[in-house]
Design a protein around this ligand. Sequence first.
Ligand code: KIV
Ligand code: NA
Length: 269
Amino acid sequence: LPHVTTKRLQEMKAAGEKISMLTAYDYTTARILDRAGVDVVLVGDSASNVFCGHTTTLPITIEQMIYHARAVVKGVQAESSRAMVVIDMPFMSYQLSSHDALRNAGMIMKDNECDAVKIEGGRVIEEAVKRITDVGIPVMGHLGLTPQSIYKFGSYKVRAREEEEAESLLEDALHIEQAGAFAIVLEKIPAELARKVTAELSIPTIGIGAGPSCDGQVLVINDMLGLSKDFHPRFVRRYADLDSVMQDAVSRYVEDVRTGDFPSPDESY
Ligand code: KIV
Ligand code: NA
């Protein structure tokens, strides 16, 4: 199967074919995603929350992101190598200067065979996007409820409901496209604004809590599999209840060990 490239995503937008994206943080999950035909696998800094247990995405380091990236790339390569793999640049790995941003993007790209990096923000990171894309590293943008700015926002509420912030977001999107980004994630903004941004941009938008008009959709794998027990925002559709499945399996194992039922003669040498 042909590998999904930035060019392919552009063609998908033009043809009105929706782009599917999901996060993965490990080899086993990445294999399942590629096998299932997901177009883009995102090694999200949401690993900070769902993998490491932090409250926010801020604490995860570039070394930790690279560790996850290696595992995910190997997983996709172990299957059809079809999915594009995008790595989130963590908090403070690209904000200090465009020089710093380029060095860190280069470090990620040099370490493994991933396809692109993703960074959060609008005009503030325009220079970084330009610098990184100028040397040939594809950059995915991310606007709206950008989790690395959670302390500024003060809540996980929908962003850009007011006219001023909506206009600013559209302006940011146009600048990030102009700077060279190949796609932009729109997180938790009104569906109507996402529709407008998607129509104005020539590059694909990928929504999470941004309505049906985006060129693609993304979810955090733990959320859509029902593995994040206390997280029920309306934008998450649960395709499984893996928390219950795993809880049940582990409980039965514990019981079988306690009673001596496991291992049986057949399971012994
Ligand atoms: O880190 C992440 O999982 C993300 C997606 C929600 C877009 O950035
Ligand atoms: Na992220």
